[in-house]
Design a protein around this ligand. Structure first.
Ligand SMILES: Nc1ncnc2c1ncn2[C@@H]1O[C@H](COP(=O)(O)OP(=O)(O)OP(=O)(O)O)[C@@H](O)[C@H]1O
Ligand SMILES: [Mg+2]
Length: 286
């Protein structure tokens, strides 16, 4: 599904001393099946922006149009839409509450009033997609590790079969192993389920590895929306916004100081390696 913001603004606590314009006149289109990495300094409006996609927040002015439907135009449209937009909040495992993993994952599909058999199938498939062993089904989520609990929370959203998946810092607080596993899983899921994904993350390496587009927010406005290579080649501009670049980009900058010049739009170690082999000679075995 495509997402279009039309002159969207959002003001928190209007007409009060605390009035904050969190989103400032955003017009932007995200195409179907895009995997968007959303970055920006803290307070730049990332969470506020994505909360408009399932109408958790309503525009102060402007529109949110999903597959040509203005989602705030009527109640019925909104109800149907909510089934298609899956939202994984920060630390979603804190919202698990059922006594078994199975019941937690089934909670959403049950609310959709699906037949029992269908719910069972969805729970099973969602568990497989997020990489949970079937045996875990009858265990309490509270006995599981942090990484596994997060998978349970994600499976609960996946079981709703969303066409748009929004993830607010899905790897925050996970150890490096858990983080890698989560990323690999998201990559597979995006491919298999053909969803449009928007992932907020502070880890530029993750964004570089996964996303087809990067959206950079600054003070409520989208300032860059482009392919990762093109975005991370603008390191100075990002640094001025208090943003980091991927480790590989840093490596390229360090090599530059040693007079080894690699184009800044290269993002993987493999690409760096072949570029050096091709242009500076040397061993090509790694
Ligand atoms: N519920 C709220 N009530 C009032 N102001 C809010 C609320 N939520 C966010 N804000 C303000 O709106 C602005 C944008 O906040 P938002 O949470 O969208 O930023 P963010 O980019 O997600 O930041 P972070 O990286 O810290 O998660 C900030 O100035 C913030 O203080
Ligand atoms: Mg946020």
């Amino acid at each position: 599904m495509s997402i279009h913001f039309e002159k969207l603004s959002h003001v928190y606590m209007p007409d009060s001393p605390f009035e904050t314009k969190a989103i400032d006149d955003v017009t932007l289109t995200i195409n179907d099946y895009e995997f968007v990495g959303l970055i920006g300094h803290t307070g730049s409006g990332k969470t506020t922006l994505v909360q408009h996609i399932n109408a958790l927040l309503k525009p102060t002015t402007g529109k949110v149009i999903i597959d040509s439907l203005d989602i705030n135009s009527d109640k019925h449209a909104l109800k149907e839409l909510r089934k298609k937009v899956g939202f994984v909040f920060q630390y979603p495992e804190h919202q698990l509450f059922e006594e078994t993993v199975e019941k937690d994952i089934a909670f959403g599909p049950k609310n959709l009033k699906l037949p029992k058999e269908e719910i069972a199938i969805r729970v099973e498939q969602a568990m497989e997609l997020v990489g949970l062993e079937p045996e875990v089904k009858l265990r309490s989520p509270f006995e599981l590790s942090g990484g596994q609990r997060r998978r349970v929370a994600l499976a609960g959203v996946i079981a709703m079969r969303p066409e748009i998946l929004i993830l607010d810092e899905p790897t925050a607080g996970l150890d490096p192993g858990g983080r890698d596993a989560m990323l690999l899983m998201l990559k597979k899921m995006h491919k298999k389920e053909k969803m449009t994904v928007i992932m907020i993350s502070h880890y530029m390496d993750e964004i570089a590895a996964l996303c087809s587009k990067v959206l950079v927010m600054e003070k409520g406005k989208p300032v860059i929306y482009d392919e990762p290579k093109k975005v991370f080649a603008q390191g100075e501009r990002l640094a001025a916004m208090g943003l980091d670049v991927p480790t590989t980009t840093k490596l390229i900058i360090a090599l530059e100081k040693k007079d080894i010049n690699i184009p800044k739009d290269i993002l993987t170690l493999k690409e760096i390696h072949s570029y050096i082999a091709e242009n500076y000679g040397g061993d090509d075995s790694a």
